[in-house]
Write a protein that binds this ligand. Structure first.
Ligand code: NDP
Length: 311
């Protein structure tokens, strides 16, 4: 059931239809790779779609599938009776696009990647202009959009009522994961996960650099072993959470920091043997060594969290 069809608090339902099966109209600003994928998903699900893009020609693929393209962001927003979705390059492009646009009574859903502070500022900015606001962080790449089996989803934070009213519409392109009314929390979750992923990519890069000279080594088999190992070890995130939560950084420790710091020396020595610059590993190794030198060799990794925070 469409939440929109039963919610009497809907301030934007000026064009709502008497046909209860009608899909909520969507307004989409930004037709880059991600915007096009989002638009296609809504069109395929039968949602009327109005689009705008700075470079108008990029609307072609969506208008061919039934979208209505308009000439200006102001025109797009003025006609909106459902969510106004922004999928632009960055926060500055959101400012530029919505400069002077009347947002009163509108529901703005910003899927543009931003920082937590930008998300909070944008929420206040939207509120001052009379709009409800949700910020989103997309945990998917364009080919995953509109295909639930891929597991793609979007972190949302901000106005819970907006989310609940448009949940069914927002679930069309990707899963919905609400992470709170602090509008900065979608970006915080998004960037925290992507930052962890960056560390993983660094580790994978280093691992392949180590094995690269071995011409008789089966890379595909190695990749399988590596991926399986990373999957197993990713459970350490829960151990870390438990230690940070309890404040007992020795809780459940099976590999203590002193042991790991010594093993790290073997990692660096192996890198040198294999003619690999260990610079992708060294910053984290240094933090672990610093914690051991402070006398916390019996702990797990939780104490390193405080070491890299500046307050
Ligand atoms: P693209 O680079 O393909 O598209 C960028 C879009 O922003 C285009 O529509 C572009 O318009 C518009 N734009 C850029 N600058 C301005 C401006 N100053 N004023 C108005 N419009 C502007 O990016 P994506 O579509 O891939 O990404 C869009 C958002 O989605 C980004 O925030 C990205 O981080 C996020 N995202 C993307 C993922 C991906 O894999 N692609 C994955 C997860 C999130 P024009 O066509 O005129 O240049």
């Amino acid at each position: 059931m469409n939440a929109n069809s039963t919610d009497s608090t809907d301030s934007t339902s000026d064009t709502s239809t008497t046909d209860s099966s009608a899909k909520t109209p969507v307004t989409l600003l930004g037709l880059g790779d991600m915007g096009i994928a989002l638009g296609r998903a809504w069109l395929a699900a039968g949602h009327p779609l109005t689009v705008w893009n700075r470079t108008p020609e990029k609307a072609g693929p969506l208008t061919a599938e039934g979208a209505r393209a308009v000439a200006t962001p102001a025109e797009a927003v003025a006609a909106a009776s459902g969510p106004v979705v922004l999928c632009l390059l960055d926060d500055a492009s959101v400012s530029e696009t919505l400069e002077g646009v009347d947002l009163r009574g509108k529901d703005v859903v910003n899927l543009t990647t931003n920082t937590p502070a930008e998300g909070r500022r944008r929420a206040a900015w939207a509120s001052e202009r009379g709009a409800r606001f949700l910020d989103g962080g997309i945990m998917a790449v364009p080919p995953m959009i509109g295909i639930p089996e891929t597991g793609g989803y979007v972190f949302y934070s901000g106005d819970r009522a907006l989310l609940e009213q448009h949940r069914e519409t927002l679930e069309v392109p990707a899963g919905v994961t609400f992470v709170g009314e602090d509008a900065g929390h979608a970006a915080l979750h998004d960037i925290a996960l992507l930052s962890a992923m960056t560390g993983m990519f660094a580790g994978i890069t280093h691992a392949f650099a180590l094995v690269e000279p071995e011409k008789d080594l089966d890379r595909a088999r190695f990749a399988g072993l590596l991926a399986e190992w990373l999957g197993i070890m990713s459970g350490s995130a829960q151990d870390l959470a438990a230690q940070l939560e309890s404040g007992d950084y020795e809780e459940g420790v099976v590999s203590n920091l002193a042991m790991m710091a010594t093993a790290n020396e073997t990692f660096v020595a192996t890198a040198r043997e294999q003619s690999v610059d260990p610079r992708l590993l060294v910053p984290f190794i240094d933090v672990m060594r610093q914690r051991v030198d402070q006398g916390y060799g019996d702990e797990g990794l939780a104490g390193t969290v405080g070491l890299i925070r500046s307050e």
